[in-house]
Every structure is written in structure tokens, then in C-alpha cells.
Design a protein around this ligand. Structure first.
Ligand code: AKG
Length: 255
């Protein structure tokens, strides 16, 4: 699919696939480094699997990939203008992980003023129907911001009940199997989920969000689980909370 068709598809459906962005060998290097790093960590698996934020600051090959810009360029091509790195998540579902990641829109959890950005999801293993590939509800980004899922209680969140209810129509659901090394890119408001891993194989993915440099921090928008460690001196910034993300981006280098 050429770039223009990919952009059209993204705008229409809220997500799009870009195949074979990394080689199998590159993915193997990343997963070997991940396994070596993980052996020395005391990260406990929860019912969703193994989740980790700021992986790029832990493993040099992930930082190199981020700095190399290939993923950012893919995101910018589909988004249509320049972006800045916002956050990353490792989502590793080992065999027999028990719980689905419920339907959600990513923007529900961002302490940012607008849903202006894009998330790139890199398959480090083949993502299959059995091991919990992503599933998207086509066009759901057009519903606007809806009541978030509260991932702790796994119920609709009580902090945003004035928002509309997210509608998931069965015929709009697309299960997105993805080959290792391919990426999908999704809109901050498109609803997505993933089932438990019922296979005998790992399902590891690195999810990276890039956002529009013109949006602002809005810490009141969402109760965010991460503690951002800013790369700038926050003392120097105006005291109001709504300062631009490009004035104070999250760190791209290990602190
Ligand atoms: O990898 C998954 O199963 C969920 C990923 C996700 O929700 C995301 O990247 O926004």
C-alpha cells in the first residue's frame, strides 16, 4: 500500500498497518536484549502480562532504534506532520496470560490537552489470533472521547461519566494479525482491545506514542499512572500547568 493510501486508510478506519519495517534479525536482537535485561529485573507479571514503561531508557538497542528515527518517520508520514516522542510501553503477553486488555481509547489516559498524536505498535513476535493480537473497532475514533475503562476496577471510569459511552459494533471489529517486524499505527481515539494469550508462544510488542509538538500538558485531563521525569528544569517554566509539550518534553536519553 503506498503512503497516500495508508494515510487515507488511517483517517477512515483509525488505524493502518505498515508491513516489514524491521527485519526478523533486528527483532531477534531486540528480544534477546529484552530477555537478558529482564533476567536481572524484579518486575512481576500481572494478569495482563508484563508491562513496562520507558524501556528505551533501559536497553541501548531500544534507545538506538528510537533515536534512529525510522519509527518516528513512519508515524509522521501517517500523521502528516512533525511529532515529538511522548511515551513508550512494552506489552508482553507470555503464554497463558489470563486477562484481555479491555476496549479503550488511548487518549483517556494522557495528561495532554488534545488527542493529537499517534501510537505506533511494533510486533516483536508474530501477533496472531491465538496469542492476543490487537483488535480495533473501525471508525470508532469518530465517536470522540468516550468514558474510559478503569483498568484497575475494569469497569467504566467514575472520573469521566459526563462523556458518551463508547459503542463497539461487532461488524466493525477487525482482528489485526501482524508479522514480526511490522507495525500498526493507531489514532488516540480509536477503540482497541487484545485478548489473552492462549498459545504456547510469547506475544511481545513495543508501543510508542508520538504527539503533536503544539499540544500542551494538561495534568487534570487524566489520572495518569506514570511519573514523567522531565528532561528540562521545570522550575524555569511558567507556573500554570498548561505549558507546551515541546517546551518540556519527556526525556529521550537515559536520565
Ligand atoms: O498490546 C496490547 O495488547 C495493547 C496495546 C495498546 O493498548 C496500545 O498500544 O495502545
Amino acid at each position: 500500500m503506498n503512503t497516500n493510501r495508508a494515510k487515507e486508510r488511517y483517517l477512515r478506519d483509525g488505524f493502518v498497518v505498515r508491513p516489514d519495517i524491521l527485519t526478523i534479525e533486528h527483532c531477534d536482537t531486540l528480544t534477546n536484549d529484552l530477555l537478558r535485561w529482564f533476567e536481572n529485573q524484579s518486575i512481576s507479571e500481572n494478569h495482563y502480562g508484563i508491562l513496562f514503561h520507558n524501556l528505551y531508557a533501559e536497553i541501548p538497542s531500544f534507545l538506538t532504534l528510537l533515536e534512529d528515527g525510522i519509527l518516528q518517520r513512519e508515524a509522521e508520514v501517517i500523521y502528516g506532520s512533525s511529532l515529538v516522542f511522548f511515551q513508550d510501553n512494552l506489552i508482553w503477553k507470555p503464554p497463558s496470560s489470563q486477562e484481555a486488555i479491555n476496549w479503550h481509547q488511548d487518549y483517556s489516559y494522557w495528561p495532554l490537552s488534545k488527542p493529537s498524536g499517534i501510537t505506533l505498535w511494533l510486533a516483536l513476535d508474530d501477533a496472531t489470533l491465538d496469542n492476543g493480537c490487537l483488535q480495533f473497532c473501525r471508525h470508532s475514533h469518530r465517536q470522540g472521547e468516550c468514558i474510559p475503562n478503569d483498568f484497575i476496577a475494569n469497569t467504566p471510569a467514575q472520573w469521566a461519566t459526563s462523556l458518551p459511552t463508547l459503542k463497539i459494533q461487532q461488524h466493525d471489529i477487525q482482528q489485526l494479525t501482524l508479522a514480526k517486524g511490522s507495525v500498526s499505527l493507531h489514532h488516540p481515539l480509536v477503540a482497541h482491545t487484545s485478548a489473552p494469550n492462549t498459545s504456547h508462544h510469547h506475544r511481545r510488542a513495543w508501543s510508542i506514542t508520538f504527539v503533536d509538538p503544539n499540544i500542551q500538558w494538561d495534568f487534570l485531563h487524566a489520572p495518569h499512572p506514570y511519573r514523567y521525569q522531565f528532561s528540562c528544569n521545570t522550575e524555569d517554566l511558567p507556573k500554570e500547568q498548561n505549558h507546551s509539550i515541546s517546551l518540556c518534553p519527556p526525556p529521550i536519553k537515559k536520565l
